[in-house]
Ligand binder design. Sequence first.
Ligand code: NAD
Length: 294
Amino acid sequence: MARIGFVGLGHMGAPMARNLVKAGHSVAVFDIVQSAVDGVAAAGATAAFSAAAAAKDADFVITMLPAGEHVRDAWLGQGGMAKAAGAGATLIDCSTIDVGTAREVAAAAGKPFLDAPVSGGVMGAEAGTLTFMVGGPADAFAKIRPILEAMGRTIVHCGDAGAGQAAKLCNNMMLAAIMTVTSEAFVLAEKLGLSHQALFDVASKSSAQSWALTTYCPVPGPVPGSPANRDYTPGFAAALMLKDLGLAQMAAKDVGAATPLGAHALELFRRFVDEGGAGKDFSGIIAMLREGKV
Ligand code: NAD
């Protein structure tokens, strides 16, 4: 079993670290919020007194932090994690951040460093069924795969440094546009006198079938587990979708890719968040569309 350092014990990091403990690994954990550390320590992890202390002596060091600036600071700046990690350690960042920062940290870390963002949300983190999209050297990927398997079900090597983040932001840009147009279709159906169930029964078996429709259906009823049935409690919060759409647009600008629907989805989600939707599931954007506020 491996020695693992884990830093960032929020909604995602805490259940991920607990699953590593459950798999029998020896896990040292740190977060700037002491109660987060205490919570995971109660499940069998060791509390570290700093990010560097969690990294020291570990075979694998993992971060799960909010954004690029936190990741850069933790590994290369004040956190000092890249320096503190031992010569044989493999470093993994599971946060969703911009491709540029992922590549910059990987290049400066001085040790094998992989970006491994996830999809599957808090439910996937708790159930250990996350999808990991990984960027970094193939030999390091082979090493980290068994560690990621304790937290996820689907693990894909996407390419070199930054490729995991690229896959994540492309996936979420597609998801945002698909969810938006699925919501538009339900609102149009309402106005045409077509029932939610009838549209669902047709579209879920036809060419418009999608995860947004069959798992996260934006109206209550057809998919009982979807956030629409619990007043759009996330799930995947609109604020996080807005963040990912911003990262996608940043990347598109950097490389000169045309992403007109992605850009428009960003504007729609910005408005939804500005009007109080930040903490709602992203499928809650249907309410804004229904009100015609676009
Ligand atoms: P969160 O805000 O709940 O957790 C982040 C944690 O990092 C917090 O506990 C915070 O105290 C800690 N932290 C911040 N700076 C730190 C530092 N310097 N040292 C140590 N700890 C520090 O966020 P989350 O929902 O767990 O998301 C984490 C990452 O995963 C984000 O990049 C997010 O975009 C991504 N993500 C989230 C979801 C989701 O559904 N929540 C799904 C997929 C990906």
